[in-house]
Design a protein. Structure first.
Length: 142
């Protein structure tokens, strides 16, 4: 019974650190997206073009991705170097899943479109992942 409680406590800490990492990465990536005018496209996932809706959706997705990062990579991302490396990996995974598969599928667009926007999005997802992984490691070790 005690091992289960201890495991639950560790998973809770990883999930909370994932929230922190996801928010940090989401803020940085969101600022980049806002400068590039991409926030209304994110709002389009909910049938809106509102910047507020776009930012809210972006941050909710960022937190979800951060939590899943914590639960999957938490025991492997305890140092800044590990957090950065696994964060970059997770950012790349979500670049494929997000703008190449899920988002176009939801918007009735072709999957796996490689153009200037999706390649720029790769950079943003890598930055998100790097920041999220570093923030995760910081939170775990504070």
């Amino acid at each position: 019974m005690q091992a289960t409680t201890q495991q639950s406590s560790v998973l809770s800490k990883f999930a909370l650190a994932g929230v922190v990492g996801g928010m940090a990465g989401g803020i940085v990536f969101g600022a980049m997206m806002a400068v590039m005018g991409m926030i209304p496209m994110i709002a389009g996932l909910a049938g809106s073009n509102s910047a507020v809706v776009g930012v809210l959706i972006h941050m909710l997705i960022s937190i979800f991705i951060g939590v899943t990062f914590g639960l999957i990579f938490g025991s492997r991302a305890r140092t800044y170097a590990q957090g950065l490396i696994w964060g970059l990996v997770w950012g790349a995974v979500w670049w494929v899943l997000g703008p190449l598969v899920i988002m176009p599928a939801m918007m009735g667009m072709p999957l796996f479109m490689f153009n200037e926007m999706t390649l720029t999005s790769l950079l943003g997802h890598l930055i998100y992942g790097g920041v999220a992984g570093l923030a995760f490691a910081w939170f775990i070790n504070r």
